[in-house]
Design a protein around this ligand. Structure first.
Ligand SMILES: Nc1ncnc2c1ncn2[C@@H]1O[C@H](COP(=O)(O)OP(=O)(O)O)[C@@H](O)[C@H]1O
Ligand SMILES: CC(=O)N[C@@H](CCC(=O)OP(=O)(O)O)C(=O)O
Length: 301
């Protein structure tokens, strides 16, 4: 046998061993619902988005029921600036006036949603793009005003406009879709309880969906390796109590606060485990679900 041939046999053997090691993980998640929040920063390049889409199809083919909830903050920002509409954030949430909510709906429920649906379908899946309005899935109430400090002592109360908090989640449509080889892809736009449209933070929307579906795992794909400690080192595991302590001492700040709070909400609603991980790492979801070492920060009760 020549050297190159023996090498390729051993490589193939290695690949077979990797596949075999995935079996117990596949069995653990057989028929389980896994909600994956795909953040706007994690979308990165088209190559990364296509790899993500094929991983979602592989999950579905392995007997897992994936539910994708996507964000698109940077993409909304780009469209608003193209149109000359100024946009500001308060407490990590976009202050959303009437003109902005129309663009948010257009970008999230329109272009981004259909792009992800397209990539999943090109990878051999059958994705269905929906937003919270479809089938009355998520109804939202107006978000509370938030306190924003302007540097000095004088904190100001800010009205976020058309920003909503999930009020009720009706899973009828998702119950019809899941378990039938279909992959729901959800945009975080919701109907207002009193009519109209609300812009909902994608993490919050995904947490509400994961909680209502009683998902086994809730994965949040972002642009950092997970929750980092004060020395910027990855914290592989956290309990709810430890997460609260890290928020209180300032280790967790900015956009990571609503993310971790959403994780805590989902865990309290019965989700077994929540993982925050880097969506820009190729095959991040497969690494987490189907390998022994997992990825990111796992938060459990
Ligand atoms: N302890 C921490 N560990 C990791 N990231 C943190 C931490 N504290 C604050 N952050 C910030 O949170 C950001 C992630 O939140 P966000 O930008 O809202 O993500 P996404 O757009 O994916 O929803 C990180 O890029 C980082 O700047
Ligand atoms: C109220 C609010 O802030 N909504 C977000 C919705 C999109 C989102 O959350 O996208 P990421 O996950 O990519 O950040 C926004 O307008 O940007």
């Amino acid at each position: 046998m020549t050297e190159p041939h023996s090498q390729s046999v051993s490589e193939a053997q290695h690949e077979a061993e990797v596949l075999a090691r995935a079996l117990p993980h596949m069995q653990r998640y057989d028929d389980a619902i896994v909600v994956v929040k795909y953040g706007g920063h994690a979308m990165g390049s088209e190559d990364v988005a296509r790899t993500f889409a094929s991983d979602i199809v592989l999950m579905e083919q392995s007997g897992i029921n994936p539910v994708v909830v996507h964000g698109g903050g940077p993409q909304i920002g780009a469209m608003l600036s193209k149109l000359g509409i100024k946009s500001e954030f308060a407490a990590g949430l976009r202050i959303t006036d009437k003109a902005t909510v129309e663009i948010v709906e257009m970008v999230l429920a329109g272009s981004i949603n259909k792009q992800i649906v397209g990539f999943i379908n090109e990878a051999g899946g059958k994705a269905i793009g929906l937003c919270g309005k479809d089938g009355n899935m998520v109804r939202a109430r107006k978000a509370n005003r938030v306190m924003v400090s302007s540097g000095g002592d004088d904190a100001q109360e800010v009205d976020l406009g058309f920003v909503g908090e999930p009020d009720t989640v009706d899973t009828t449509v998702l119950d019809q879709i899941l378990g039938r080889e279909l992959i729901p892809v959800l945009a975080p736009v919701a109907a207002a309880v009193d009519g109209g449209t609300y812009n909902v933070n994608a993490d919050t929307f995904a947490g509400a969906i994961a909680g209502a579906l009683g998902a086994k795992r809730f994965l949040l794909l972002t642009d950092v390796p997970g929750v980092l400690d004060k020395n910027k080192q990855l914290i592989p595991r956290l309990t709810i109590a430890e997460a609260h302590a890290l928020i209180a001492d300032g280790t967790i700040s900015g956009g990571m606060i609503p993310k971790v709070e959403t994780c805590i909400y989902a865990l309290e609603k019965g989700v077994e485990g929540v993982v925050i991980l880097d969506g820009k790492v190729p095959h991040a979801v497969l690494l987490e679900l189907l390998t022994d070492h997992g990825a990111g920060t796992l938060i459990t009760r």
